[in-house]
Design a protein. Structure first.
Length: 234
């Protein structure tokens, strides 16, 4: 097992995880990425992952030297047991529980468990994820308290320290855009705009200043408002 500072980034192909990847590449000597196919309604994000990683390697040679393997796991069983607006053709709204219908129960818990297993096998020392409790949809598995509990469980279960880094936890979307610029300038911002996907409906036909999406779903709304606030204050 290596003790060299290294990280496995949970990279979905979306804006937040792309910023987290840039953040990790600016801090760790070795970085790998992991994504999950859980039959999400916006599976186009999986295609975006591949394109984003290829362009990142081509445009940022210093980061490319640190960027190792990408892992894509088939977690279709999660989609099978989930009856949500992210895994079914359902209207996006709120469930009887009061949570958004886009909440996939256990998703981040499952992701982190598998990521922890891959990190253990690959000798990677930290997990990095884009979970956030500032600009989010009320998902309980995005809170730092949940991350702390998972960190403890993985550390005990793997019998080794397994820190979970969440660089966006207390940032709003405007601050996330600002962080992307601080990490890699306009080149990173442009890459995130063009090659990441956030829209819950998987719409890649409509191009906006902030990227592609339907422009009306909650994910697009957060991304658009964050972009506008950041650009107004830039």
């Amino acid at each position: 097992m290596t003790t060299t500072p290294s990280a496995l980034v949970l990279f979905s192909g979306g804006q937040d995880s792309a910023v987290c990847l840039a953040w990790a590449l600016s801090r760790y000597k070795r970085v790998e990425t992991i994504g999950f196919d859980y039959r999400q309604r916006h599976r186009v994000e999986l295609d975006c992952r591949t394109v984003f990683l290829a362009k990142l390697r081509a445009q940022f040679p210093a980061w490319s030297a640190k960027l190792g393997e990408d892992h894509l796991l088939d977690l279709g069983v999660l989609g099978e047991v989930s009856d949500t607006a992210l895994t079914r053709e359902q209207e996006i709204g709120f469930a009887d529980s009061g949570l958004p219908s886009t909440f996939v129960p256990g998703r981040n818990l499952v992701f982190l468990t598998f990521a922890g297993a891959v990190a253990y096998r690959r000798g990677l020392t930290s997990l990095v994820g884009g979970m956030c409790e500032t600009d989010f949809s009320g998902y309980p598995d995005c809170r730092r308290a949940t991350m702390d509990a998972m960190q403890t469980a993985l550390t005990l279960g793997m019998d080794r320290p397994t820190p979970i880094e969440t660089p966006l936890m207390y940032l709003d979307k405007a601050q996330t855009w600002a962080l992307s610029e601080a990490l890699g300038g306009e080149a990173v911002v442009d890459l995130i705009v063009e090659e990441t996907h956030t829209c819950y409906l998987g719409d890649r036909t409509q191009r906006h200043d902030w990227g592609y999406g339907c422009g009306t779903c909650p994910a697009c709304d957060l991304r658009e408002k964050g972009w506008a606030t950041w650009r107004a204050g830039a």
